[in-house]
Design a protein around this ligand. Structure first.
Ligand SMILES: Nc1nc2c(ncn2[C@@H]2O[C@H](COP(=O)(O)OP(=O)(O)OP(=O)(O)O)[C@@H](O)[C@H]2O)c(=O)[nH]1
Ligand SMILES: [Mg+2]
Length: 332
């Protein structure tokens, strides 16, 4: 299951209390103070994990607690530190304060982690209050409470390329052909309900990450269809692959209309997104004469560079992968 937004409450462990105790041993009269310090409470830590791509695992519970520190003991025993709670999240998770909305941490790299709330310090035991003038202090401190906070976690997947297009353009077919990802493919709209990531190999050692996004339709920015809520996942891509069905079914927009519709939705979503470099790819060229005719029509209206491919048969996909790689890295 895919989930790219969750709200959770986190609480770090409280510090353990310091102890009041005195040494009482057979041959040591007036043995002095011996109350140990309390242990520190555990932190709640978020750690980016490159093998995850959803926040779904955080939907089973709302409250997350790190362990409290143990109280100090007699005979100068320190209380045990509370264990940290480490919560793995996908790379690309943005942690925000739920109330104020500001970003606390953006876990962009696979090794990123952050202690988002800190455990309270343990209280001092009476041993640590002993001074030359007060050799038998009867004072110990309580542990400090651990920090707590409500958070909003948003996932913005990190991919190099994001495929956008109307439903049925063949986005999932393209990703399946180029990578090991297996999003569902079918001839009805909105087959793909959440983003998929796939790794595309250019050569043995050169790869890039491609994201297949659910289809967009006119009015997506107002919530029509699946809406534009998945577009946040291409905010961080470096390239948009705009996929268009060259032989749309009857009643569907023409390829050029489809192109304009998607461009408009991208612009309405965000200026930054609309400014991203884009490769225009016309799909289903295997259909034959009709596709050729439509391609000619499209070229009359759209003057930029295009790639005409078939995601189903693989026609022209190699040059497409090369062109994507060149756009991403500047190298052939
Ligand atoms: N002839 C032909 N059919 C294709 C090609 N690519 C995809 N299709 C078909 O088009 C239909 C839609 O393909 P999908 O890959 O599911 O399309 P999508 O863009 O992911 O659709 P949504 O997930 O609904 O947005 C399926 O029936 C595919 O088999 C192609 O290159 N040639
Ligand atoms: Mg799909």
């Amino acid at each position: 299951m895919f989930k790219d937004e969750v709200e959770i409450y986190v609480k770090a462990g409280n510090g353990g209390n310091g102890a009041i105790a005195f040494r009482r041993e057979k041959f040591v009269p007036c043995g002095g103070p011996a109350g140990g310090d309390g242990g520190k409470g555990g932190d709640v830590i978020f750690a980016a994990n490159p093998h995850m791509n959803s926040l779904y695992h955080l939907t089973h519970a709302i409250h997350y607690y790190a362990e409290n520190g143990e109280n100090g003991g007699i005979k100068n025993c320190y209380g045990k530190y509370g264990k940290d709670l480490i919560i793995p999240v996908p790379v690309g998770t943005v942690i925000k304060d739920r109330e104020k909305g500001h970003i606390l941490k953006d876990l962009k790299e696979p090794s990123d982690q952050i202690a988002i709330v800190l455990g309270g310090k343990g209280g001092r035991g009476n041993k640590s209050f002993a001074t030359p003038t007060d050799r038998t202090p009867r004072r110990a401190d309580s542990g400090i409470k651990g920090e707590e906070r409500w958070l909003k976690l948003e996932l913005k997947l990190i991919a190099d390329v994001g495929i956008v297009g109307l439903p049925n353009a063949g986005k999932s077919t393209l990703l399946s052909h180029l990578s090991a990802a297996r999003p569902k493919i079918a001839d009805y709209p909105f087959t793909t309900l959440y983003p998929y990531l796939g790794i595309v190999s250019v050569t043995k050692h050169n790869t890039f990450v491609m994201a297949d996004l659910p289809g967009l339709i006119e009015g997506a920015h107002k919530g029509t269809g699946l809406g534009d809520k998945f577009l946040r996942h291409i905010e961080r891509t470096r390239l948009i692959l705009h996929l268009i069905d060259i032989f749309p079914s009857e009643g569907s927009p023409s390829p050029y209309e489809a192109y304009k519709t998607i461009r408009k939705e991208l612009e309405l979503y965000s200026e930054d997104l609309a400014k991203k470099p884009e490769l225009v790819v016309l799909n289903k060229m295997d259909i034959g004469k009709e596709a050729e005719k439509n391609l000619k029509e499209f070229k009359k209206k759209y003057k930029g560079p295009i790639h005409a491919v078939s995601a189903a048969t693989g026609e022209n996909l190699k040059p497409l992968v090369k062109a994507i790689y060149k756009e991403l890295t500047g190298s052939e």
